[in-house]
Write a protein that binds this ligand. Sequence first.
Ligand code: C2O
Length: 587
Amino acid sequence: MSTSVGFLSTISPSACPLQERRSGAAPCRRLIRPRVSCHSNGDARQPPPSSLLMDRRDVLIALGGLTGGTAAAGKMALASPVMPPDLAKCHDAKSSGLGDNLKCCPPYTSADIVDYTFPETPLRVRRAAHLVINDSEYMEKYEEAVKKMKELPENHPWNFYQQALIHCAYCNEAYDQVGFPGVPVQVHYSWLFLPWHRYYLHFYERILGKLIDDDTFTLPFWNFDSDDGMTIPEIFTNDTSSPLYNANRDTSHYSSAILDYKYSYGNTAGSGETGNALVLANLCYMKKTFKQSLPLAELFMGDPLRAGQEADTTNGFGQLESIHNAIHMWVGTPTSPHTDMGDFSTAGRDCIFFSLHANVDRLWHIYRMFRGNKVEFTDTDWLDSTFIFYDENEQVVRVKVRDCLKPNKLRYMYEEVPIPWMNKLNCVKTTEIKEKTKTELSLVRVGPFGSEPRELSQTALRVMVPRPKKSRSKTEKEEKVEVLLIKDISVDTEGPARFDVYIAAPYGDLAGPDYGDFAGTFVRLPHKGMKGKERKGSLKLGITSLLEDLEAEDAEKLVVTLVPRVGEFTIGGVLIKLLQTDNPRLL
Ligand code: C2O
């Protein structure tokens, strides 16, 4: 394996980052962003990025970067997309469970990086994992491909473990953002989550196909949003000698155990359903997630993240990512370090990862369809965000978010399967809650959040939150979505973390014993905090439709209850805002 030292000695100090310089096709001007100069090896001559960053962040925040200022911030002259990492500066990665010295860098530190040439191969159809099990021809191919990938030389970029390290490098801070030393490249917790993983699967799938010389090969998707798909797919568990098998899992979740979207390492209080009730709870959760986030893409897909901005700082992830995080936890080992699936640095070592993500990707596609095929963010800071991958032709390629928005362009699609959560489901428990809360004796007084941050660890935090406007008209609702914003969340533990959010209508300042209806969740896998409490995320939940279901439209205030499930948090504030929808037509 070549080292970055050897590589650095060969470059001229005045050069632009090597990947840009060598490609010839791409002048280094591409990397020049306002006030950040283009040096590959010249940190000394660069303006101090921290001060730039301060300015930028202040501007972003001043313009409302946190709360629905997406459009405004996107039009800013200062705005800039996240750029691909500088391979030569890859360094040790870190994970809370596995330490600070993870070697996740790719086996190449320099490369001729070219723009990816999109394939013109036949359209590939990804099929449901629980359905392919009876297709022995397909199963043989899939196993053969993974076997070959595992047998490749350790340092081959296609090698199974090298492929897993791609995820580690992009998720566990092996790279700093170009021009922003100390600000890690991170593809979770923001609007980069879905596009990056779409590309990751794309290249992975095509490499597998190449290894067995089959240009129709596809990864199966874990259809976890259907009744039949809510157990761990048998293809990954039924044969311990299969190349698809992985021993680092919670084996108590094998066979007929039903997946719990609200899983948090044993603490399922408040969910607690089993059997068919759990299946229904999951379907309702999925339905709710879609319904609540249709008016505004960031609620589903995550907040903007721009060059120089640290993921997990001021911004937050979408609700699809939350559900996905819980599934990671449910598959991985139940005890720390929660390998493989329960920790980003190791998740790619389990074949099930790619099936989980294929379905996440499919759900994004469904979301897209529901919104009339509308591009979710027209902001060029999203569209021009750029990543680097190693493709099936052994070429290091550069890809942009804007080019992955249509699966057809990547030459794949999903087999059509029933979508049970689109059916009419008997979900809302409002009646039951109302009945119970009529017992006046059990009403409790709930106060406002207050101006100081509050801790959330053992017991639920209940606060009374005023709404900007009650009894809104249909037109008002079409224009603006009501959003519950939990801000400045710091996770004070490095292990897994989850709290759930419930809302209910109060009686004056009194709240009933029930927390009300589930509004959404904050779930994070173990995460090594670089700056501990300085890293503050936020959580945004659309509640317009939920309030209708709760018949709480006329309430002036809402009782918001945060229920900690695992981990400890500090919460900066809880408020309700009205944000401009980006999709009024479909409400
Ligand atoms: Cu990059 Cu499922 O995580």
